[in-house]
Design a protein around this ligand. Structure first.
Ligand code: FA5
Length: 341
């Protein structure tokens, strides 16, 4: 036991020289003198197993070692205390890395804010959606060719419900139109902003993107209300000098249907090198088809409405002037890219 005590002391002398912080010093104290499993404490417990005449001298040696260790710890603590107090508290602190909102979160907030000012209520509906809400109730029967344009992700191979069909990842926010109508509260003024999914990936398409969909249904709603709402949005979102034009188009769930163009921010519609013709495409819109109103339980002879649905990514990139030539960059989680904004 004598030699063990000497080894412990040698061990301690070596360890104490390496200690540079108070935290490490505390750990060393626990290791040697800790009341539960400190090496000295453990050894002292064995004293009683020694022959009687050995207990006295070995006990004395053990106490010496213990005192030596305690003194060593105390001396080191004094040096470290002094060093730590010597820290200059007037030096500037270390800056913590601070994150910021993703570009698309900012875009969604700005879009909701503009529409909130003219009474559009922000809503969200399921992203795992029934075929019925995504297509069928939007006037696109099962084999309709128009469905092909949506390049859908299917959850079920076959329909699993007679009315609702199979589940899909919603390919557009228009699925929220019928869900909103089914709530049975009129008039409707909603802005549905949500993730959408399509089997597409290239420089201008990502498989997960966002759309914002406006729907307004009341008595006497006509195309001038659509135009007024859209102009209010573009003037507040892009700038007071911006305006829109409606270009005839086709969607199965609106009649008539339009593509909405916005005048170019550089030439304001005259035509320039950037835009060629003076106008840039924003997205689709139209007057809600009577069949859609009917599917939503609304009397089309009394009520009418307009709807529009645009991509958040493309709309925001047009505003910010951020020159991103590949939409996929938004979702690569590349901090070097995201931190620029
Ligand atoms: C629609 O999805 C219609 N539901 C829009 C609509 C709503 C029309 C209400 C009439 C009334 P479209 O498939 O064109 O339409 O998509 C609308 C916008 O979503 C596009 O202009 C584009 O900005 C965006 N978008 C579509 N697919 C992708 C994609 N894969 N990646 C990024 N943005 C996309």
């Amino acid at each position: 036991m004598r030699s063990e005590l000497q080894a412990i002391q040698a061990d301690f002398d070596q360890a104490i020289d390496q200690i540079q912080t108070l935290v490490d010093l505390d750990a060393l104290e626990v290791r040697f003198l800790g009341r539960k499993q400190g090496v000295v404490t453990e050894l002292l417990k064995q004293l009683k197993t020694l022959p009687k005449d050995e207990v006295g001298p070995v006990g004395a040696l053990a106490n010496e070692v213990k005192t030596h260790i305690a003194d060593g710890l105390a001396a080191r603590r004094r040096t470290l205390d002094n060093n730590e107090i010597a820290i200059d508290v007037t030096l500037p602190g270390l800056a913590r890395p601070v994150g910021h909102l993703h570009l698309m979160t900012t875009a969604i907030r700005q879009i909701s804010d503009v529409f909130a000012r003219i009474g559009f209520e922000r809503v969200r509906y399921p992203e795992v959606e029934w075929d019925y809400y995504a297509f069928e109730a939007l006037n696109m029967p099962a084999d309709h060719v128009a469905r092909d344009e949506w390049e859908t992700f299917f959850i079920d191979r076959q329909p699993i419900d007679k009315k609702l069909g199979q589940r899909v990842l919603t390919p557009h926010t228009s699925s929220g139109q019928i869900r909103k109508m089914e709530e049975g509260i009129l008039p409707i003024k909603m802005i549905n902003i949500s993730k959408c999914y399509r089997r597409q990936i290239d420089v201008s398409h990502v498989p997960m993107f966002h759309q914002f969909e406006g729907l307004c249904i009341d008595r006497g709603v006509n195309i001038t209300h659509l135009k007024g709402t859209i102009d209010y949005f573009v003037q507040n979102f892009f700038g007071p000098e911006r305006t829109t034009r409606l270009r005839p188009y086709h969607f199965q769930f609106t009649e008539p249907s339009f593509e909405i163009d916005i005048n170019c921010g550089i030439c304001l519609g005259k035509g320039c090198r950037m835009c060629k013709e003076g106008w840039l495409e924003l997205g689709g819109a139209g007057m809600v088809h009577p069949n859609v109103l009917k599917a939503g339980g609304i009397d089309a002879s009394v009520y009418s409405g307009f709807a529009f649905g645009w991509g958040v990514e493309r709309t925001y990139l047009m505003k910010s002037g951020v020159n991103i030539d590949d939409l996929r960059a938004l979702y690569k989680n590349d901090l070097g890219f995201l931190q620029q904004f």
